[in-house]
Design a protein around this ligand. Sequence first.
Ligand code: WT7
Length: 655
Amino acid sequence: MADIDTLLKEKRTFKPAPEFTKQANWNKRTTSEHRKLGEKNPTKFWAKMAKENVSWFTPWKKDLEWKPPFAKWFVGGKTNVSYNCLDRHLDPKTSPGGVSRKNKAAIIWEGEPGDTRVITYGQLHREVCQFANVLKEQGVKRGDRVCLYMPMIPELAVAMLACTRIGAAHSIVFGGFSADALRDRINDAEAKLVVTSDGGYRKGAPFALKATVDKAVAQTPCVEKVIVVERTKQPVEIVAGRDLWYHELMALASTKCAPAKLDAENPLFILYTSGTTGSPKGILHTTGGYLTHVTTTFKAIFDIKDDDVYWCTADIGWITGHSYVVYGPLANGATTVMYEGTPTHPGPDRWWDLIEKWGVTIFYTAPTAIRTFIRLGDEHPKAHDLSSLRLLGSVGEPINPEAWMWYHRVIGNKKCPIVDTWWQTETGGIMISSIPGAVDTKPGSATKPFPGVHADIFDEEGNSQKGEAGGFLVLKHPWPGMLRGIWGDPKRFKETYWGTYDETYFAGDGAHRDKSGYYWIMGRVDDVMNVSGHRIGTMEVESALVSSPDVAEAAVVGRPDDITGTAIVAFVSPIGGTDANDALVDRLKQHVSKEIGAIARPAEIRFTTALPKTRSGKIMRRLLRDIASGKEVAGDTSTLEDFSVLAKLRESDED
Ligand code: WT7
């Protein structure tokens, strides 16, 4: 494993512009000071950040209690996440920066149909207090779990913050999950209350959520109450004694509710994520450490200032939305944009229209979206004034240099630094990323670990690799935002993350570290192939394919092969209308050979109109592997296949 071949030959380097560095929250000097302390004493570094960036009711007694693999941060400290996100900003005496943000926009929201709401910190505070009182009246107590199954509407943020205000843990289930998936998550967390809405808008039409909740809740004995937000006004069934309207409860609720003084290790939320087995894992995050991690990384990596308009396009149903749509931004007193709908509705320029309309300055999205927009054509972003942008971010998967360069050129107009941020549901916050005013970037690399993060590359036996190396990405020291466990399953927690190496967290990713200490994430290790004894990252082959002018998107999987062990199969979606044909197959194979080497030459190239993706935008690799190994459908190489139907059938399996 020590010799994972990283075959990317990227040489371009982009230095932070002096004007950016000059105004940066973290410049070269401060970043290097933080790095020094973080390397020497990560616990002390994070304790310093906890003091600087988080407000505490009671100071903690011990920075870290580490009984591997169980960590407690800021032991004995008391704080409250909603206090940090709301109350402290209302008064210059308590607010970071000493200014009142009472009438500053906390959330700029736009619905898919074009309706908008701008909610100030003062208003959000009142609404959160009201909903916290509603939850209490409905019997929710500290330590209880509340399931949130909602579209991207402000009430979702209100409900999250209300839970944190009273010390109940939320468990958000992405609105695209089915009734069965929702049921299983509700039962696993034993949620006693569900907050939902009649529905939301997507692709120009209302979709229903309440009906799905009704189906799920028929099989969840733990649920006592369902609170329904009115969004679309579509007809819903109201079960007497169980279902209540949000607006009716809110109309009667007091706008005063003191934030509970919660222990630093009080559960904050559970978020389900897929593992290598069929059943999802409930990742548990707690209060003080998580808040410290997301508040600090948000401030440093997104360089937030009071006049910024920040937009992260992630759905709050995923960890990115938790940490960098809601908690990180609000704890920093930022203005965070929330958009309800589909990126391409009513036209392929909706996102660019939003950036122009609201004057977005910091934009954070995923490579899969970037590649989609590349395919749709430059004319759409070019038709809009994107000059307000000053910083771009990427998350969720390795960004191939081609997409990075397009993002840099077409969206950033060559003047915006790009922060490629590596992290996971389990890590709570960003772990490896550029600091925009301090770190040179290289297209396709997440650059360096954040100060206080002890990342390394291990080989199979757990030997730390020195200098330039490929292998398994691990984290050797606990960090404040780290998961505290898998809900109800400490055994699985130990085995999954700590079972491979002693007292070391194994992230499940392969990575390469170059001579200058930059990390190049190669994707999940289960996506790394072994071809004729050589290990090749599927991402590398994809990156090569996508760098061809013929290719919009590509996914590469391995299939068993008698001769080489694994044969590479590439699923390719050709750029706008290019006809798939045998000549193109040859050209692409040739192209990959040229970019990486003959070893990476795909044995098979199959064309598809679109890659099958989960609703969260992840390519359904398992489905592709099955197709590639002939389990699902036999296909003709040179015709365009459509896997979207199969993908839909499979979606719940891939959860
Ligand atoms: C996996 C975690 C954390 C936000 C969303 C995904 C991959 C994430 C990057 C990046 C390369 C990345 C990893 C990781 N990943 N960010 N910047 N570069 N890969 O959260 O669903 O928990 O997935 O996403 O493979 O392990 P998640």
